[in-house]
Design a protein around this ligand. Structure first.
Ligand code: P6P
Length: 330
């Protein structure tokens, strides 16, 4: 008997009890993901035709794909009237979304519309990352404080991977579920129910090229991974690297380096949403000082953070190296 097909829309409606008003917002994100998927899949063609970054045959300016994704998501978020404002890696500050039929929108969205977009030219998977917060006070105007909330205040978060298949993975705080886009019917269909990360894993994901620029405790930990014959998997696309760890177990690391003393990845719209998903799947996400990522108080929109995220036992094993080697100077 064929397995029942549960589309993203049906799943969201069935789970409506989670967050009533969130239903339309999640569906808006699903629509945006389908539109971005279509353009990402054509990106290679665009480059072949040599019009990337220029004007296409009809004279239209070909937008950079990450700005295209940014604009498309904002356009889709205007539909449900549940999102009051958006903060994006592509924008200096947040943008407000016009109310729909005078409705007081209850949420704000943080996002990296197309993370790892430099990989598109070499046909490596890229992704969209999003997080959803309740507004601090729907009766008051939107301020930066609505966005500078800890990850623990997220009500939903997820990512989309545009890869060999297009998968949307999200949580509303009641576990993690994955939906694969079926191009035949143009719907995201439930494909990974109640995802759980392995308690430990044999993969580590870090840019080994920075080895000599890491702190001594990080270099000792990477030596340990080699001693344990862990597999190194790193494609320079955070969403894809962490998606693999979610499935196969292990750890993803972006430590501080001399070039990025506070880390490279963004706390608000990269680390926190992915930390929420991984924690909801039973994993762990900490900074290089063993602070829970989701408990860090954001001070500014594009704040950077160091991160170690993945299987709980593997992250704990890494933290033991921080304790063992870090000089307790502070
Ligand atoms: P590096 C992509 O540019 C990105 O923001 C993440 O997706 C990825 O994990 C990281 O940067 C790669 O950075 O310094 O290793 O090239």
């Amino acid at each position: 008997m064929s397995k029942e097909i549960v589309t993203l829309d049906e799943f969201i409606i069935r789970r409506q009890s989670d967050f009533d008003e969130l239903t339309g917002l999640l569906r808006d994100i699903g629509v945006a993901a389908k539109i971005i998927n279509r353009e990402v899949n054509k990106a290679g063609l665009v480059n072949i035709l040599g019009i990337e970054g220029g004007a296409n045959t009809s004279g239209d300016t070909v937008q950079k794909l990450d700005m295209y994704a940014n604009d498309k998501i904002i356009e889709c978020l205007k539909k449900s009237g549940e999102c009051a404002a958006v903060a994006s890696e592509e924008l200096d500050s947040f943008v407000e979304i016009p109310p729909v039929l005078g409705k007081k929108a209850g949420y704000v969205v943080v996002m990296d519309p197309l993370d790892g977009s430099s990989n598109i030219d070499v046909n490596v998977s890229v992704g969209t990352i999003f997080g959803i917060y309740r507004r601090l006070d729907p009766q008051k105007p939107i301020t930066m404080a609505d966005f500078l909330q800890k990850g623990t205040a997220l009500v939903a978060a997820g990512y989309v991977i545009y890869g060999t298949s297009t998968i949307l993975v999200y949580t509303t705080g009641n576990g993690v579920n994955g939906f694969t886009l079926d191009p035949g019917i143009g719907e995201f269909c439930l494909s990974h129910k109640n995802m759980r990360i392995p308690k430990s894993g044999q993969y580590y994901s870090v840019n080994q090229g920075y080895y000599l620029k890491f702190d001594v405790e990080m270099r000792r930990y990477i030596d340990h991974c080699s001693d344990m014959n862990y597999g190194l998997r790193y494609i320079g696309s955070m969403v894809s690297d962490i998606h693999r760890i979610l499935f196969q177990g292990g750890i993803f690391l972006y430590p501080n380096t001399r070039k990025y003393p506070k880390g490279k990845l963004r706390l608000l719209y990269e680390c926190n949403p992915l930390a929420f998903v991984v924690e909801q799947a039973g994993g762990k996400a900490v900074t290089m000082r063993s602070n829970r990522i989701m408990a860090v108080q954001p001070e500014e929109l594009h704040q950077k953070a160091t991160i170690a995220i993945g299987s709980p036992e593997t992250v704990a094993e890494m933290e033991a190296f921080l304790d063992k080697y870090v000089f307790k100077s502070y």
